[in-house]
Design a protein around this ligand. Structure first.
Ligand code: ZN
Length: 349
């Protein structure tokens, strides 16, 4: 049996559970392709999957990683229109492709929806098997590491700001945590749409980088209350849209930041699952609270086209060899990063 290098965990826990080892090299089944992984980005989802998620069945031992860039190494039976050795990124969401949600572009609501590296094996490995439908050809304009920094966070931020919140040119948006993956993507998408942006960071060093990404105003949340700063910046009007992904640490104050008819869109929580909500704000100001879970294939294709045109740019923090996955995940857990942390497998191994 052919083997490959991979990072696995055998039981749920902290990054200390990760093990760099050999596992059987997977073979593509009907409608699937084998990807030679050149780079795989980390996401907070990886920490949640590692820790164990209520209601989500994760097969053990498990390989994390949903943001894969690499080349097509083998085709399963029945796969056409995909050529070997081509440079590709892999869409992180797998859906049935023919239910009502899939057909209307709401893939992530499909009853069969799965995410690579969550319910199925991911990219913390030399090779990964993925559905052929998920493979997107990309150019050589960007390195594999940069391509891997795109899919999940840009897809999520696009679905949040464009599809859910309907952010318009001339509106204002608060994008939380410019240094996070979804924050750095959201900031660029908001600018692309012609909105004015305010963002938060945890250090002055990160503030300079947030400005470079196009933030009109940056708040160091360690030094100032962000909701008070947002009100000052908007002359007490509030912002039209808040891109929220932190949770209880920020959520109530994010709601307080909204202008009349404002929309708060949330894609996750990194600081806990529940929070108080002052309902009076919601009805009196006619606010909308919107949920977002990933996005659809059509949206990802749109995002990739904008990256090819140079309108959206991946933000890479640090690149680690695959064997140092533990160190890489700890860096993300400690919020030490700005942009995406990337793992690269060594194929001479
Ligand atoms: Zn479906």
């Amino acid at each position: 049996m052919q083997k490959m290098r991979a990072v696995i965990f055998r039981k749920h826990g902290t990054p200390g559970e990760l093990e760099y080892t050999y596992v059987p090299k997977p073979k593509p089944g009907p409608g699937e392709v084998l990807i030679k992984v050149r780079a795989c980005a980390l996401n907070h989802l990886d920490l949640w999957a590692l820790g164990g998620m209520r209601g989500v069945s994760i097969p053990l031992p498990h390989i994390l990683g949903c943001d894969i860039a690499g080349e097509v190494a083998a085709l399963g039976p029945g796969v056409r229109k995909i050529r070997l050795n081509k440079r590709v990124v892999v869409a992180p969401g797998v859906s049935c492709g023919h239910c009502g949600y899939c057909k209307s572009g709401w893939d992530s609501l499909c009853a069969k929806y799965q995410i690579l590296g969550l319910q199925r094996s991911g990219g913390y490995a030399q090779y990964a098997v993925v559905p052929a439908h998920n493979v997107i050809r990309v150019s050589k304009k960007l390195s594999y590491e940069k391509w891997a920094a795109i899919p999940l966070v840009f897809l999520t931020a696009w679905h949040m700001l464009v599809t859910r919140a309907g952010l318009q040119k001339g509106e204002t948006a608060l994008i939380h945590a410019a240094g996070s993956g979804v924050g750095s993507a959201g900031l660029q998408i908001a600018k692309y749409l012609g909105a004015k942006t305010v963002t938060t960071v945890g250090s002055d060093k990160k503030a300079a980088r947030a400005k470079m990404l196009g933030a009109d105003h940056v708040i160091n949340y360690q030094k100032k209350e962000f909701h008070e700063e947002v009100q000052t910046w908007t002359k007490m009007r509030g912002v039209d849209v808040v891109l929220e992904h932190i949770g209880p640490e920020t959520f109530p104050k994010s709601v307080a930041c909204l202008a009349k008819k404002g929309r708060l869109v949330t894609c996750g929580v990194t600081s806990g699952p529940s929070t108080p909500l002052d309902i009076r704000y919601v009805f009196a100001r006619q606010l909308s609270i919107l949920g977002c879970y990933m996005g659809g294939m059509a949206e990802l294709h749109k995002v990739i086209r904008l990256v090819e045109k140079g309108k959206l740019k991946p933000v890479v923090d640090e690149i680690f060899p695959l064997r140092e996955a533990q160190k890489a995940l700890t860096r993300m857990q400690d919020r030490a990063h700005f942009g995406k942390i990337i793992l690269t497998p060594d194929h001479s191994d």
